[in-house]
Design a protein around this ligand. Structure first.
Ligand code: TMP
Length: 260
């Protein structure tokens, strides 16, 4: 499929116009950023893995009736997705306390939460994506109450499904971030963006080894190997010949280029 012009470039993805109506092409880059863009690197092969992992997860969610923007994967790095008006809020769902939660409220790292905690962050890099409450969302008319309720319900269903899926392959779903958008035609709210080791915290069930972007954030090394391990356990590494360029069995072949 022939790509149209670049519509938007984010930290880890680019959105291009598509020749098909009501759709755009989502391109997964190898770039990684953390701490509000202060830390940057290129992690060779990350985009390919995230494209495949996110395709697998969003297709599985579709099968249980969670509508989302994925139409089809086009190639190693690209997906055809529905063109949405993205809601400017990140929805974070947590099962185990870590990351910004532990820093913000002083709760001990690794505390298992009594029930899933949903947090809302305003998507605004200049402001550092601040945490906001439902009252902010209502007051500033980013969403209606009925829409927040619908999204919360979807977040809990997604969490339930993903927790089970990952448990089955020996991984704890610690937390994750999702985004939603409204369809252009009838303003229906559906899941957007990606679900991948860039947007989830995934710990090995036995050892608590981190298999996600925290390997980059916290300089733990073997970043791509963590992502590969997730893909391998999901059973999607060997299916496609077009992701062969990454040498999965030889971690030494992976280069991490530090940007200036
Ligand atoms: P946090 O502990 O840094 O707030 O992150 C919570 C979860 O949300 C974690 O799985 C990482 C994910 N996340 C993103 O995907 N993008 C972001 O910009 C941030 C801040 C977090």
């Amino acid at each position: 499929m022939k790509k149209g012009k670049k519509l938007y470039e984010g930290k880890a993805k680019i959105i291009y116009a598509s020749p098909e109506k009501n759709s755009v092409i989502q391109h997964f880059k190898d770039d990684a950023t953390a701490y509000n863009n202060q830390k940057k690197a290129t992690i060779e092969g990350k985009g390919i893995l995230n494209n495949r992992i996110s395709e697998h997860i969003l297709s599985s969610l579709s099968e249980i009736g969670i509508k989302n923007h994925l139409i089809k994967r086009l190639n190693m790095r690209e997906q055809l997705v529905e063109f949405l008006d993205i809601i400017p809020i990140e929805f974070v769902i947590r099962n185990i306390a870590t990351g910004s939660l532990t820093k913000r409220v002083g709760i001990e790292e690794g505390t298992i939460l009594d029930f899933p905690l949903i947090e809302y962050c305003l998507k605004d890099d200049k402001l550092g994506d601040p945490i906001i409450s439902q009252e902010h969302i209502l007051n500033f008319k980013w969403l209606k109450k009925i829409e927040i309720d619908l999204i919360n319900e979807q977040c809990l269903r997604i969490n339930d499904f993903l927790q089970g899926m990952f448990k089955g392959i020996g991984i704890k779903l610690v937390d994750f971030k999702v985004e939603f958008g409204k369809t252009k035609s009838d303003e229906k709210i559906i899941l957007a963006d990606e679900i991948s080791p860039d947007t989830c915290r995934l710990w090995d069930s036995k050892t608590d080894k981190k298999l996600d972007k925290d390997r980059f954030r916290n300089d733990l090394g073997e970043i791509i190997e963590g992502y590969q391990e997730v893909a391998r356990r999901l059973g999607i590494l060997h299916e496609q010949s077009n992701i062969r360029p990454i040498k999965f069995s030889k971690p030494t072949a992976v280069k991490i280029k530090k940007n200036k």
